[in-house]
Ligand binder design. Structure first.
Ligand code: SF4
Length: 336
C-alpha cells in the first residue's frame, strides 16, 4: 500500500494532519467505446417482449393442437428459466410441425423460437448479473457505467462509459480515493469514508463537501461518526441568488412558518393552525428510510392573502422532513 505509506509520511512530516478533509468527485472516461452500451431497461423490455411472443405462440399452438397435445395448464410466463423456455418452445414446435392448420409463417416463427429464445434468455440473465444495481455497462469494459461526463470544448456533455472517482484532500495532498460505479456522489460517501477509516484507523474530524453530498443519510452518517460536517444541504444552492447572497424567504415560505414542536402543528401567516394529516416513509436508492409529514391549513377559502401564499385550489398543504431540517439547522455540528 504505497499510497497509504506516502500519506503517513506526509503526516509524519507535518504536511497533513488527517483531521480535516475536503471531498469531491469527478467522472473519468473508460477506454471503452461509447457505442458499447448495455442498458438495464432495454434488457427488461426485450425479455418481456420475448415472453409475450412465447405466450402468444403457446396459445396459438394450443388452439390448433390435436387432443393428445392439448395442455390445460399453461406455463407461468412471468417466472421462466432457460429449461422452461426450451421445453415450451419444443412443445410449440412439435404441435405446429406437420399440422395442416398452422400457417407456414407460424411454423417458421416456432423454429426461430426453438433456435433463439432459450439462448437469448440466458444472455439476458448474464447481462443482468453484470449490471448489478446499475442501469448500464459497457460490453468491452463491463466495470464501466454510462455516465454524463462534463462538457468538452465542443460543449458535448455526453453519456460515456466511465467511473466516478471520489477524492479527499488536505492542503492539496490527496489523502483518500475510491472508484465507484454509481453516477451520483450522494451514495459514494459511505464507502469512501470506510476506506479512509480502513487506511488510517480513524475518521477525520471534519469533512467539507458540496451540496451533491447533502442528504439526510449522509448527515446522519457523519453525525454518527462524530465528524464535523461542512456540507451544503441539497437545496442550499437553490436558496442563493446570483450574487451568492441568501435569498430572503417570504413569511409564506414553508421554512418560515411557525412550528409548534410540542403540539406538532404549524401556524400559517393568517394565524390558522395547520394540523398533521399524514406521515409517510420513503426509502432512498440505498434503502435508507426518510420520514415526511404533511400539514394542512383548515380553510383557505376567501383568505385575503391567498394569492401570495400558494397557488393550489384546495387548502394549503406543506410537507416537512423534520430530521433533515434538524441536520441543516445544526450545519457543522454532529447531532447528539
Ligand atoms: S391561504 Fe391558507 S395557509 Fe395561506 S395564509 Fe391564507 S389561510 Fe393561511
Amino acid at each position: 500500500m504505497y499510497f497509504k505509506q506516502v500519506v503517513l509520511l506526509l503526516a509524519q512530516e507535518g504536511l497533513v494532519t488527517l483531521k480535516q478533509v475536503y471531498t469531491d468527485g469527478t467522472k473519468i472516461e473508460s477506454v471503452a467505446g461509447r457505442y458499447t452500451f448495455v442498458w438495464g431497461n432495454a434488457i427488461k423490455t426485450r425479455k418481456e417482449k420475448m415472453m409475450q411472443q412465447l405466450e402468444e405462440m403457446w396459445e396459438y399452438a394450443q388452439s390448433i393442437a390435436d387432443e393428445e397435445d392439448q395442455d390445460p395448464t399453461p406455463p407461468d410466463f412471468k417466472k421462466v428459466d432457460k429449461e422452461k423456455v426450451e421445453k415450451t418452445a419444443q412443445k410449440i414446435n412439435k404441435i405446429l410441425k406437420g399440422n395442416d392448420k398452422a400457417s407456414s409463417k407460424a411454423k417458421a416463427k416456432a423454429r426461430y423460437i426453438v433456435k433463439n429464445f432459450a439462448a437469448n434468455l440466458e444472455k439476458y440473465e448474464q447481462q443482468k448479473e453484470a449490471l448489478g444495481n446499475r442501469n448500464s455497462y459497457s460490453k468491452t469494459d463491463p466495470d464501466a457505467t454510462f455516465m454524463r461526463m462534463k462538457e468538452d470544448h465542443m460543449k458535448n456533455g455526453q453519456l460515456k462509459p466511465g467511473y466516478n472517482v471520489q477524492i479527499s484532500s488536505e492542503d492539496q495532498f490527496i489523502v483518500n480515493y475510491t472508484l465507484h460505479q454509481d453516477t451520483n456522489d450522494i451514495h459514494t460517501l459511505k464507502p469512501h469514508l470506510e476506506r479512509y477509516e480502513y487506511l488510517y484507523q480513524n475518521a477525520p474530524e471534519s469533512l467539507t463537501a458540496d451540496a451533491g453530498y447533502g442528504s439526510q443519510e449522509n448527515f446522519e452518517l457523519l453525525s454518527n461518526k462524530g465528524i464535523h460536517a461542512y456540507v451544503k444541504f441539497n437545496t442550499f444552492d437553490k436558496e442563493q441568488n446570483v450574487a451568492g447572497k441568501k435569498r430572503k424567504k417570504t413569511p409564506f415560505h414553508r421554512d418560515t412558518l411557525h412550528y409548534n414542536e410540542k403540539e406538532d402543528h404549524y401556524v400559517c401567516p393568517m394565524g390558522q393552525r395547520m394540523d398533521k394529516i399524514s406521515e409517510n416513509t420513503k426509502a432512498t436508492k440505498s434503502g435508507y428510510k426518510q420520514t415526511y409529514s404533511k400539514y394542512r391549513a383548515q380553510n383557505c377559502m376567501g383568505c385575503p392573502i391567498r394569492g401570495a401564499c400558494f397557488k393550489g385550489k384546495s387548502n394549503r398543504i406543506v410537507e416537512r422532513n423534520h430530521i433533515l431540517e434538524q441536520y441543516t439547522k445544526s450545519q457543522g455540528s454532529p447531532i447528539i
